[in-house]
Write a new protein. Structure first.
Length: 342
């Protein structure tokens, strides 16, 4: 007989709209569909769960046991998986699988994705073509990686892209790409952190540097890269508002032990980041872009910004404010009268 966990995951993955598979316990299993968690009436054998986790660890070439109790990786179909060892749970290994909608390829083939209309899709494409440095902000499970994938599809194929992640999640098609993945130090096998990879990336002649998510000291090197000629770089950050994004980046910087005055740090952030795109879920659980902010200069110790788009009546609307980067956007193809009447 086959492994029932593998068979269950393969079968449930065929169903349309499933974005998450959660195994809390042998008989406590959920799936997320259209933003709603649904409990399934199913029980899985413990030995099959153990075998499944061992195979995932082997596939990702990582350790998973009582001494390495957390596994972040990918399943063979490219979905992201997180496993917590049963020594730290109530009974069995806790498994969370984040699936991606493979039918979403780019803005053109995904009408109304993130509830965006044609004008917004065009504007976002222009931001990428104009080589704006973009931070995608949002909470857990709102689609930050999916949105980064959409933006990356708009990068011109002649450019050299280097992506850096701790678990491979970005899925896009460009010819001149190097995919780097951080690895922890295990025993005598020395690993490389995301910061190690970002620092090394500067020697690899990248046009753009893409960090899947800023979670630590790599924020210092990424901001430096954005400020020294690597325009069009992108990352995501776990934050519920653009203002919280600044705080999050500051905290990551300070927690890494860097000794730099807050004002100097904020100056780096203000000069490095051009736009923040905020993503969230609406009341119905739909993933939406709720705000687009242009990051301005530093005044005193405060980062100035202006809203280019805000949520009104459940839809993202242009505020009518013309970005200060308008000259660069026009050179990238934005009509001069684009904001007239918006």
């Amino acid at each position: 007989m086959g492994n029932k966990v593998t068979e269950f995951i393969a079968e449930i993955s065929k169903k349309i709209g499933i974005t998450e598979i959660i195994i809390n316990n042998l008989d406590n299993i959920y799936v997320e569909k259209d933003g709603e968690l649904i409990r399934l009436d199913i029980q899985l054998p413990e030995e099959d769960i153990n075998e499944f986790c061992e195979s995932i660890a082997e596939y990702n070439k990582k350790e998973f046991d009582a001494f390495s109790p957390v596994l972040d990786g990918n399943t063979p179909d490219g979905s992201r998986i997180n496993i917590i060892h049963k020594d730290y749970t109530s009974r069995c290994h806790a498994i969370t699988i984040r699936r991606y909608t493979k039918s979403i390829k780019n803005f053109d083939t995904s009408p109304n994705i993130f509830e965006l209309n044609e004008d917004w899709m065009f504007f976002l494409k222009i931001l990428v073509r104009a080589k704006m440095n973009i931070v995608v902000a949002g909470g857990t499970g709102v689609g930050k990686t999916t949105f980064l994938n959409l933006l990356l599809q708009e990068v011109p194929p002649k450019e050299r892209i280097i992506t850096i992640e701790d678990t491979r999640e970005l899925q896009f098609k460009l010819p001149n790409v190097v995919r780097l993945e951080a690895r922890p130090t295990v025993g005598e096998n020395k690993g490389l952190t995301i910061r190690d990879l970002v620092k090394n990336t500067l020697r690899m002649r990248p046009d753009r540097i893409i960090v899947g998510e800023c979670r630590g000291s790599e924020v210092f090197d990424l901001l430096q890269a954005m400020n020294t000629g690597h325009e069009g770089s992108m990352t995501s950050v776990h934050a519920n508002s653009p203002g919280e994004s600044y705080m999050r980046l500051e905290n990551l910087y300070l927690l890494a032990g860097f000794d730099l005055p807050i004002k100097a740090l904020r100056y780096q952030m203000a000069s490095a980041i051009d736009y923040i795109v905020q993503i969230k879920r609406d009341r119905d659980g739909k993933r939406i872009v709720s705000q687009v902010v242009e990051v301005g200069n530093l005044e005193g110790d405060k980062i100035l910004s202006q809203d280019v788009g805000v949520l009104k009546g459940g839809k993202l609307e242009f505020t009518g404010l013309v970005p200060s980067t308008m000259d660069r956007l026009i050179k990238a193809g934005l009509p001069k009268d684009f904001f007239t009447g918006k």
